[in-house]
Design a protein around this ligand. Structure first.
Ligand SMILES: Cc1ncc(COP(=O)(O)O)c(C=O)c1O
Length: 325
């Protein structure tokens, strides 16, 4: 079975000098294929990129993150990711210690430092160092960490063939528990679901909410196609407002395909003509079997394939330039 860890195996050339950021004292400039990691305004060789064991990001999962892709020297939907990062911060009363323009530049510079043109960036803001109690008031200075790397994608063959998914017993947390719309460092709910999928030899886990309706998968939004219409659960069902999800809305409007956000049950998934998942790491990927039932004819459908094709065009054509052109 597939392992879909977006956490990438890094391949990077030695770092290039830049005036706008300090180098961490521990940087080994000669180290080939070692990532340069941004932590609070400095770049560190990956072996030396460390944070305190008293950071509440580690002790309590108290922090937020974004996973962002760049293609062909451009960052895809960068401002949308930054908007969501700032929204997550506001929701958990976390003050991001640098401004939006500074964050944009730090992200772009991290990619430049690693001399990458295609890859994945993990942007993390932790609550910062506190004591062993959970009170965030103890944490005076949030930390910003940025990791740019290449990404281990699903192999192309899976985009042709599609994913096998199982519904898991672990329910997606409700908005009144820990709102899934917050992209927080606390992913144990998703990890538990992922473990269930692994144990069932499935590629992904379909998570329901407490009402028994479809919420999302562990790191992806869920879509179905029925009688020529695209549907995805509403955010209130317990889904992250995925950036790739919003790109699918744009594509549907562009292609003139009706798209809506009704509550969906497992039954709706089983009787769909087509289904697919979306996420920054997985992009748009067909889902062809759920709980042993083939979706439609058990092959990626026509609307799914058109959506994938248009998504790929958009990733090649659009985005924030990383290098001066
Ligand atoms: C729980 C969850 N749902 C959905 C998604 C898809 O969101 P996006 O398209 O912004 O990557 C992610 C991706 O990180 C996720 O973690």
């Amino acid at each position: 079975m597939l392992t879909k860890d977006a956490a990438a195996t890094a391949v990077a050339t030695p770092p290039m000098k830049s005036d706008s950021f300090q180098k961490g004292a521990a940087v080994k400039t000669s180290a080939a294929k070692s990532l340069q990691i941004y932590i609070d305004g400095e770049f560190f060789d990956q072996a030396d990129a460390k944070i305190s064991v008293f950071d509440h990001g580690l002790l309590y999962g108290d922090g937020i993150f974004e996973g962002i892709r760049f293609y062909n020297g451009r960052v895809f939907r960068m401002q949308e990711h930054m908007d969501r990062l700032w929204e997550s911060a506001r929701s958990i009363c976390l003050e991001i210690p640098i401004s939006r323009p500074e964050m944009d530049e730090a992200l772009l510079e991290t990619i430049r430092q690693n001399d990458l043109r295609d890859g994945y960036v993990r942007l993390i803001v932790t609550r910062g160092v506190g004591n062993l109690g959970l009170n965030p008031a103890q944490c005076k200075q949030p930390s910003v960490i940025i990791i740019a790397a290449t990404i281990a994608l699903y192999p192309e063959e899976i985009y042709q063939r599609g994913l096998t998914v199982v519904t898991v017993a672990t329910r997606r947390m409700g908005p009144a528990t820990l709102n899934p719309a917050i992209k927080s460092l606390n992913y144990l709910n998703n990890v538990l679901a992922r473990i269930e999928a692994n144990l069932a030899n499935a590629d992904e886990a379909l998570m329901l909410n407490d009402a028994g309706n479809v919420a999302e998968c562990t790191a992806d939004n869920v879509f179905i196609v029925k009688r020529g219409q695209i549907m995805t659960p509403p955010i209130t069902a317990g889904a992250l407002r995925g950036i790739t999800r919003s790109v699918v809305f744009d594509i549907a409007h562009e292609l003139g395909i009706p798209i809506s956000e009704p509550e969906l049950t497992r039954h709706d998934i089983y009787i769909a003509d087509e289904a697919f998942l979306t996420g920054t790491a997985a992009e748009v990927i067909p889902m062809i079997k759920v709980d042993g039932r083939p979706i439609g004819n058990g092959k990626p459908g026509e609307i799914t394939n058109r959506t994938i094709a248009r998504f790929r065009e958009l990733t090649r054509e659009s985005g924030t330039p990383i290098f001066s052109e």
